[in-house]
Design a protein around this ligand. Structure first.
Ligand code: ADP
Ligand code: MG
Length: 226
């Protein structure tokens, strides 16, 4: 097993917008050791989401290398990347991104459709995760019947259901009030104390400072790692 769950080596991500180039990431190198609890901070537009999307294999770099576990992703095609993502990465978004017509339980079961498990095992596994995030009594509810904090818990359960090597969250508390955000933070702390690698973007300095490692970004670059 590699010591680093993720390695970025001199990664750039440029976007062409009309007749100019946006250097969203401009040469970023970062190692994320297994078991890390890492926050990513920086002003709006500094490249945090771009970097998270690359770490999560939702996007591919303009140049540089990305290694997930022992696998370099550079030469992977779309379906290989999707397979790697499904197997190794759990991703949580600010706006939850739940499927509105599916219950909490069905939302959490969705990623397991590709895991080669039977329906009973899929259900058992999803129930276990929902219980873990404190939603044992909300499994049949639709997202519209849940509070923001509960929706984010469903999204976290869904992100964990394939037992990923890393949980990534892009401003997971950004749409929540501070008390609810605190509860999500405590859930991350628990998950990390159980050995899960957790990396999240936050605007909230007091949350970010609670992480053992803190990455600060400005203008597409990492300016400080603590
Ligand atoms: N798909 C895109 N097309 C063009 N520009 C983009 C795209 N995604 C991000 N950017 C630009 O890249 C920069 C970094 O964006 P982003 O990573 O979303 O920053 P952050 O998450 O730190 O707010 C910004 O200038 C943004 O406008
Ligand atoms: Mg962002």
């Amino acid at each position: 097993m590699s010591a680093n769950v993720i390695e970025l080596v001199n990664v750039r991500r440029y976007f062409v917008v009309g007749d100019y180039i946006v250097k969203a990431l401009d040469g970023v190198s970062l190692s994320i050791p297994r078991g890390s609890f890492m926050s990513i901070m920086g002003p709006s537009g500094s490249g945090k989401s771009t970097m998270m999307n690359l770490i999560g294999c939702l996007d591919t770099p303009t140049s540089g290398f990305i290694k997930v576990g022992s696998e370099y992703t550079n030469n992977m095609n779309e379906s290989q990347l999707a397979e790697l993502r499904n197997r190794k990465i759990g991703f949580v978004f600010q706006q939850f991104n739940l499927l509105g017509k599916l219950s909490a339980l069905e939302n959490v079961m969705t990623p397991l459709l590709y895991a080669g498990l039977g329906p009973r095992e899929r259900r058992r596994r999803a129930e276990e995760l929902l219980e873990k995030v404190g939603l044992k009594d909300r499994m049949k509810h639709l997202p519209s019947e849940l509070s923001g904090g509960q929706k984010q818990r469903v999204a976290i359960a869904r992100a964990l259901v394939n037992n990923p090597d890393i949980l990534l969250a892009d401003e997971p508390t950004g749409a929540l009030d501070s008390r609810t955000g605190e509860q999500i933070m405590e859930l991350f702390e628990t998950l990390n104390s159980e050995g899960r690698t957790v990396v999240f973007v936050t605007h909230d300095r007091s949350l970010g400072m609670r992480c053992r490692s803190q990455v600060h970004m400005i203008d597409g670059r990492i300016v400080e790692v603590r």
